[in-house]
Design a protein around this ligand. Structure first.
Ligand code: MG
Length: 156
């Protein structure tokens, strides 16, 4: 069994969608990035790549490549899942920790779980979510960004 950790952070700005784990979260701001900036899927992809001994997300899908402009990160995840499958690696459990003071994510956990269970082809009860605020401090308190840790267990 392997345990691997992925992390990502994206800035919150007006005029963008807030897409997390493939689900659009209604909010006055959205996540800024070259792709759709899905902070949850990016942390997950980096964890998967680490577990497979592959180069990280920035190396595989560079933000200088116009092909990935506003790209649905679920498509990037599918590409990575195909690589993982070829290596015979199986996802056992996925645990997300989001850091943000706003928006409130818990009302969307079930939708996110359903989406991920279908993408990852694992049981929904092997996917966990939680969110922590920064107690009003710093970038979290100023609602400037959302960060995400994704801890995965994989079996070779
Ligand atoms: Mg990212």
């Amino acid at each position: 069994m392997r345990a691997v950790l992925g992390f990502d952070l994206h800035r919150l700005v007006p005029g963008r969608k807030c897409i997390i784990c493939g689900v659009e979260i209604p909010y006055e701001k959205g996540l800024l990035g070259h792709s759709d900036a899905d902070v949850g899927l990016h942390a997950l992809i980096d964890a998967l790549l680490a577990g497979a001994g592959l180069p990280d997300i920035g190396s595989l899908f560079p933000d200088s490549d116009p092909r990935y402009k506003n790209m649905d990160s679920a498509l990037l995840l599918k590409e990575v899942l195909a690589k993982i499958k070829l290596l015979g690696i199986k996802i056992e459990f996925v645990d997300f920790t989001f850091i943000c003071d706003e928006p409130k994510l818990s009302p969307y956990y079930e939708k996110m779980r359903k989406k991920l269970a279908s993408l990852l082809e694992i049981s929904p009860d092997h996917i966990s979510f939680k969110a922590k605020t920064t107690e009003g401090l710093g970038w979290g308190g100023e609602k400037e960004a959302i960060a995400c840790f994704c801890l995965l267990t994989l079996s070779p």
